[in-house]
Design a binder for this molecule. Structure first.
Ligand code: IPM
Ligand code: MG
Length: 372
């Protein structure tokens, strides 16, 4: 198939990790006979430097015209002045809104090879396989905000429609997994949370009655994520709670550098794929950033935007094999001397083995068929 992918490397380690994700996508195209074209555009701090705007119109256009968008990371101390009129983060929030990608999927799975990199005990981590479904284009991050000399405010609003559509996405996801949905809110305090809970209840009861649904307050959810993370299947939550809980949940996988995300909107609209880590200015340019979060985001891109499930699984298997061989960056193994490019290349090498085995398997089947 042919696909146009817009790449937004962004700031800090963004360019380093997206380069490896693109390397892997090119390898997939080569091995499976696809044609992917890549167009780069600017977002975040680098776009502020070049155009005075964290989200130039050309970037929005390039994203809207693409089949899918792959983003690295944005932000850094250079643009961190609290008095600044424009911030890199506005670029990312604006892009999510412009693309209408309201459903953010962040999977977290226990990987035995990296369990030692997690600050949590192995027995707590065993069996962890969850996805956080974070609402991405509403709530307090997008509400009215303001300040005067003595006060400041940020308004949190949710409409019934916004809650319904993200709930349906979470239900569909849960349906294809272990059919357990945990909806996280703060309904004992917040009005938006009370509307959230009511709406989730109604959608599940009327449209997905076969799912197991539980409600959990966000403070308790933060605790249970550390205490019994393997009990969660799909965790549905609003924008800010999801932002916080996914950073916490990343520790279950050992390293933030390993986690991928997909942000999806209307059917057939391009999705936005990004590792969940930030721009890591402390290691930017050193060539040691872990590219696997970006590579796994590319796998999600193959699955959700291009419907190339076999290719997505091949990339995920290749990443697991790389972890097994120990070809990792220092965030996972502090002794490791390998860098970003080495790990990207290692994934491509494993892909070679996988596609070779697949071709061999197909050949063996053909020979088998000839014999019958
Ligand atoms: C994330 C990030 C962003 C967010 C920031 C950079 C605006 O933390 O994707 O989790 O808050 O959504
Ligand atoms: Mg975050």
């Amino acid at each position: 198939m042919k696909a146009a992918i817009t790449v937004l490397p962004g700031d800090g380690i963004g360019p380093e990790v997206t380069a490896e994700a693109v390397r892997v996508l090119q390898k997939v195209a080569e091995d499976f006979g696809h044609r992917f074209s890549f167009t780069e555009a600017e977002i975040g701090g680098c776009a502020i430097d070049a155009h005075g705007n964290p989200l130039p119109n050309e970037t929005v256009n390039a994203c809207q015209l693409a089949d899918a968008v792959l983003l690295g990371a944005i932000g850094g101390p250079k643009w961190d002045d609290p008095k600044a009129k424009v911030r890199p983060e506005q670029g990312l929030l604006g892009l999510r809104k412009a693309m209408g990608v309201y459903a953010n999927l962040r999977p977290v799975k226990f990987m035995p090879e990296v369990a030692d990199a997690s600050p949590l005990k192995r027995e707590v981590l065993e069996g962890v396989d969850l996805v956080v479904m974070r609402e991405l284009t509403g709530g307090i991050y997008f509400g009215d905000k303001g300040r005067d000399e003595k006060s400041a405010y940020d308004v949190c609003t949710y409409t019934v429609e916004e809650i319904e559509r993200i709930t349906r996405q979470a239900c569909l996801l849960a349906y294809n997994r272990r059919r357990k949905l945990t909806s996280v809110d703060k309904a004992n305090v917040l009005e938006t949370s009370r509307l959230w809970r009511e709406t989730v209840d109604r959608v599940v009861q009327t449209e997905f009655p076969f799912l197991e649904l539980e409600h959990m307050l966000v403070d308790a959810a933060a605790m249970h994520l550390m205490r019994r993370p393997a009990d969660f299947d799909v965790m549905l939550t609003e924008n800010m709670f999801g932002d916080i809980l996914t950073d916490e949940a990343s520790m279950l996988a050992g390293s933030m550098g390993l986690l991928a995300s997909a942000s999806l909107g209307r059917e057939n609209a391009p999705g936005l794929y990004e590792p969940i880590h930030g721009s890591a200015p402390d290691i930017a340019g050193l060539g040691v950033a872990n590219p696997l979060g970006a590579v796994l985001s590319a796998a999600m891109l193959l699955r959700h935007s291009l419907e190339l499930e076999t290719e997505a699984e091949a990339v995920e298997t290749a990443v697991n094999m790389v972890l097994e061989t120990g070809a990792v960056t220092p965030d996972i193994d502090p002794e490791s001397k390998l860098g970003t490019v080495d790990v990207g290349r290692a994934v491509c090498e494993q892909l070679d083995h996988i596609t070779h085995d697949m071709a061999f398997g197909a050949l063996a089947m053909n020979i088998g068929a000839l014999g019958t």
